[in-house]
Design a protein around this ligand. Structure first.
Ligand SMILES: Nc1ncnc2c1ncn2[C@@H]1O[C@H](COP(=O)(O)OP(=O)(O)OP(=O)(O)O)[C@@H](O)[C@H]1O
Ligand SMILES: [Mg+2]
Length: 312
């Protein structure tokens, strides 16, 4: 699969603040990359540079091999950017809005009519085409923005928080649309705080905090790596909870222990052999363990273990 987007050593400063600090990652065609990080991490700043709306102080971004610094016009032809918010035009219908952008993209005659029909159908906007933009709900507005983003059939889509403010139905629909777009061979970069959502569609992730990329790779790899560093386990034993808590808190590698549902939930630093040592310790101390269940690591655990919510 060819690389659709390559971020190379990207740095963007605002005065003394380093909003994006030497970031590097890539997205291949057909891949959906979840770009995750706490508020102020540098996601929008990175995406704006990728979309040629801002310039890097150092580094570069290549889209289909074309540099955002050297050939921004060439890049714009290849990507569609959906910003986190956009304004509604007054006295403008859905159809007028899309037609206007189709014209600015240089689409003419039958090609324009065909493309407009396709994007309206794809995003479910056909029945709403005569509605005024100012009368659209949040979810409809998001769809309209996505439709606009698709008009010039870009190979790469950059979506900044597209699911924000959508109800569960609209989120499922958006997820299906994004999956369908990846199925057409497009590369998609999508930022969101709704991690369960992302984990259902993303093939890869990049985790960013305070401008630095903390982890990048396929979802499975990132989760596997997090599992070698940190685990959560539920332990129940025949011994009194207080004794179990005391023993666990005295065990190296156990970061926290708290009572829950008749047992103890532990946060443990380390990999699976550290868990095996913990089981041995319980048995040797005569604690008679009757349940020892490590919790499956998900994207949310990765996010919480790799980021501290630092705001800069
Ligand atoms: N134009 C600007 N001028 C000065 N500082 C800026 C500018 N744009 C962004 N920043 C700062 O850069 C940092 C990164 O902001 P950015 O908007 O990229 O974060 P984000 O990850 O998108 O956050 P959120 O999840 O809240 O959308 C923040 O500290 C922000 O205040
Ligand atoms: Mg943002």
């Amino acid at each position: 699969m060819s690389v659709a987007l390559e971020v190379r050593g990207l740095t963007r400063r605002f005065g003394k603040l380093v909003a994006v600090d030497d970031a590097s990652f890539e997205i291949r065609r057909g891949e959906i990359l979840g770009f995750i990080g706490p508020n102020g991490a540098g996601k929008t700043t990175t995406m704006r540079v990728c979309a040629t709306l801002d310039l890097p102080d150092e580094g570069d971004v290549l889209i289909d091999g074309v540099s955002v610094v050297l050939d921004p016009r060439g890049v714009r032809r290849r990507l569609g950017f959906m910003p986190d918010s956009y304004g509604a035009y007054v006295h403008t219908t859905v159809a007028d809005y899309l037609d206007f952008f189709a014209r600015t993209y240089g689409l003419r005659g039958k090609d324009r009519a065909r493309m407009l029909a396709y994007v309206k159908d794809f995003t479910g906007l056909t029945p709403l085409e005569h509605k005024l933009m100012t009368s659209l709900s949040k979810g409809m507005k998001q769809r309209l923005c996505l439709a606009k983003t698709l008009l010039h059939d870009p190979a790469l889509l950059i979506l900044d928080e597209p699911a924000a403010g959508l109800d569960p139905h609209a989120r499922v629909e958006l997820r299906e649309l994004v999956k369908a777009l990846a199925g057409l061979g497009k590369a998609v970069m999508i930022s969101s705080h709704i991690l369960t959502e992302l984990s259902q569609i993303c093939t890869s992730v990049a985790v960013i905090e305070a401008g630095r990329i903390r982890a990048t790779g396929t979802v499975d790899d990132v989760i596997r790596r997090a599992r070698t560093q940190h685990q959560r386990v539920f332990v129940r034993s025949l011994a009194p909870i207080d004794a179990l808590l005391k023993l666990m808190l005295e065990t190296p590698g156990v970061e926290t222990a708290r009572p829950e549902r008749g047992g103890v939930v532990l946060e443990v630093a380390g990999a699976e052999d550290d868990l095996a040592r913990l089981v041995r310790r319980l048995v040797e101390a005569g604690m008679d363990p009757i349940e020892f269940s490590p919790k499956a690591t998900d994207l949310e655990d990765v996010f919480l273990s790799l980021t501290a919510g630092t705001v800069q």
